[in-house]
Design a protein around this ligand. Sequence first.
Ligand code: AMP
Length: 387
Amino acid sequence: MILPGKTIGILGGGQLGRMLAQAATQLGYHVHVFEPVGLSPAGELARKEVNAPYEDLAALTAFARECDVVTYEFENVPAGPLRAIEELTRLQPHRLVLQTCQNRSREKNWLKESGFPHARFVEFQPAAGGATPPDGAPADLAAAIRQVGLPCVVKTADFGYDGKGQLKVTDEAGIAAAAARFAGQPVVIEQFVTFEREVSVVVARTVGGEVRAFPVTENLHANHILDVSIVPARVPSAVAEAARRLACDLAGKIGLVGVLGVEMFVTSGGDILVNELAPRTHNSGHWTLDACATSQFEQQVRAICGLPLGSVEVKSPVVMVNLLGEVWARGEPDWAGLLAQDGVKLHLYGKAEARPGRKMGHFTVRAPDVVEALALAQACKQRLIGS
Ligand code: AMP
């Protein structure tokens, strides 16, 4: 057990690291942040911020020496250099969990081999120097797309999140466009799922094997980026229970120590398909800060430090709204107007530049029922954009 007073190292200095640092310092831990770019949202709240590239082994080693446990808040941390950390201190979740989740091909193959439901997919790896593809492998991207069938979604195997590096293909012109856009890159081609709802579950697991899943969150996306999260999710209770069970099974099977976000599609027939895994806290779990007995960030601290996991009891229906850079288009939004509203909590991440698509903050709205919370949240967002 790593007790309060010890030091937690966080790789990545974004908003997830910032909220983790808040939870960790509340519990009396010290926080060190490793982040390539200075003055990061998490670094602002840490005792120490190290600014160096993730590949800088000397800097990583010095960082690890000062930490009792190291975790990550960003899944595109290169996994190779993390071996240096493992030799010096605990890295949670394990490097192999990160490696599985950060590459779509590995992730999909792991889901398939482990027996978790997912959309049908085909991988396509361009052959080096015009070499002949192995037996049964598609000759080119167009052939791979035809193997999956239309409509489908082509996704880069590496560095994809928030819809980055993906293209929906519906016709022949789209196949040509995908071939041009993804030339030379390894990709995964997935069947397009006509889902009824998108949901997610954040699950935590300790080194001792205790597992707890937060209640299921329903997610609405805009331009492939999470826009709104709704709790309780508007799915039948049997589906919600199945989604939570699936997340717990998955956490055990992958050997998680920490927290993991599991994104899923729910079809009109009530089937669940896993879309993506993120071995860290998840944007769709931010509501737990204001409407749950334990936040996902506190749960992450508990899980990686070997403390007992906290209660996941929900206090009331809640809706979370992401605030992207666009909200600043007409200058600083009217925060006073937002905060005058009962039941609203605002979280800003301290980022100086409001670029379009950049996650700058979020707010939550609690109400006695979910319909009311959603209506109020939408009205608040409208006022913020209009202000
Ligand atoms: P991802 O980066 O894989 O999480 O994808 C971002 C969003 O794109 C998802 O949350 C879905 O809204 C949509 N999406 C991704 N893959 C598919 C798919 N196979 N079928 C339908 N929609 C998808």
